[in-house]
Ligand binder design. Sequence first.
Ligand code: C2E
Ligand code: SIN
Ligand code: SIN
Ligand code: FE
Ligand code: FE
Length: 417
Amino acid sequence: MIDKNKYKELSKEEILVKILETESLIHSVQDVDVLLEQILTEARSVVNADAGSIYIAEGDRLAIRYAQNDTQQKKVPAGKKLPYIFFDFPISNTTIAGCAAYTKKLVNVPDVYNIDPALPYKFGRATDEKTGYKTVSNLTIPILSMSGMLLGVLQVLNALDKDGNPEPFSHDDEIYLSHFASNAGIALEHAFLTRSMVLRMIKMAELRDPKETGMHVNRVANYSVEIYDRLAFKKEIPASEQTKYRDSLKIASMLHDVGKVAISDTILKKAGKLTDEEFSIMKTHTWLGARLFNSDASPLDKLSMEIALRHHENWDGTGYPGHIDLKTGKTVQTDTKTGKTKGLIGEEIPLGARIVSLADVYDALSSKRSYKDSWTEEDILAEVKKMSGKKFDPEIVDAFFDVLERIQAIKAHFVDE
Ligand code: C2E
Ligand code: SIN
Ligand code: SIN
Ligand code: FE
Ligand code: FE
């Protein structure tokens, strides 16, 4: 529970120390979502705001990403979250947040129900009406990238005085909030860079093998998300975790074969069956791809690494690459029975990789490749059933069959050219 009056009693020096502390957070917290939420919490504490939100720029609109409200939070049982709200609106100077985004300037409104009619913006009353909350003061600031591009908006509501009553935000509050906005800018810019790097990597793999990759990658990503959502429902994974994971899974699953860019065309596009030697080269696409990611950099990087590395491991331990050194590809653990590299078994294989494994094989069997014809749906489904508990995690096979109709709709939608 945040002590509302804690910061009003702090000296300016102490407030500055507080701000510096959150600045160092940027380097310790990796997950952008966690970081943004923390920035909002800290920003609110420093300016003693009862509520606040972060909006993200998406094209020419602003979409709400986080909302916090201490007064509303007190009305619900401990541990329970406020209802999930989602809305977006155009970036234009007709709303307060829109105006801050549009002009890229801070907007300080002492009383949202008494805005000078000469000003371009009005207060959007919809949220107050829905929640019964009364907004009074509103301080809103754009979040910009280093180069001045609009990334989003940070908004704090109802500065509280010593007695807990709303008062206008002060000039000092404006200065403090701008520090937090620039921290949020660095965090968001990092997230967007990761995303655009990923999209470039997908393009690169597509240039290498345009016939196979484009639609295959889209199908595998969409199948994977369908399977995960079903699994998350069955396992009662909390909605917030589910949203975060599925976003990463969608991108990371697209990159499962990115290591194939390192495989020569003679092997990659060979019309017939690979020799043992060619297949052992082909298998390196797992760890060569995995090495493109730095799993300490972000949850997305970590998941991308796990999926690239582990999507050919089998539930029963017979897959590849198994226990190897990621730098050299050399075996670090040998199976005493076979004398080969020991494969990962069961839940040792990361969840994302177990999902993509099924999605990838379902799609490979459905498709014509340079080396094979496509299979009939009936044969594919029989094969998937047969491989449950051998190649595939049985729970994932069950989830797959639960959502089969949607899987088949996706297959019909993303058709190879
Ligand atoms: P891919 O074509 O995307 O296939 C992915 C996975 O789907 C394969 O992983 C395998 O588990 C399954 N799969 C694909 N086709 C068949 C099939 O006809 N029968 C069965 N039972 N399973 C199938 P795998 O085997 O580890 O192969 C990885 C990648 O190596 C393949 O990706 C493909 O790019 C290449 N590859 C594998 N075998 C051959 C081959 O005989 N000739 C050529 N040119 N490439 C091959
Ligand atoms: C809204 O709540 O509709 C937008 C918030 C704002 O006007 O700043
Ligand atoms: C590739 O052949 O470059 C990738 C195809 C795939 O994603 O399976
Ligand atoms: Fe692969
Ligand atoms: Fe694949």
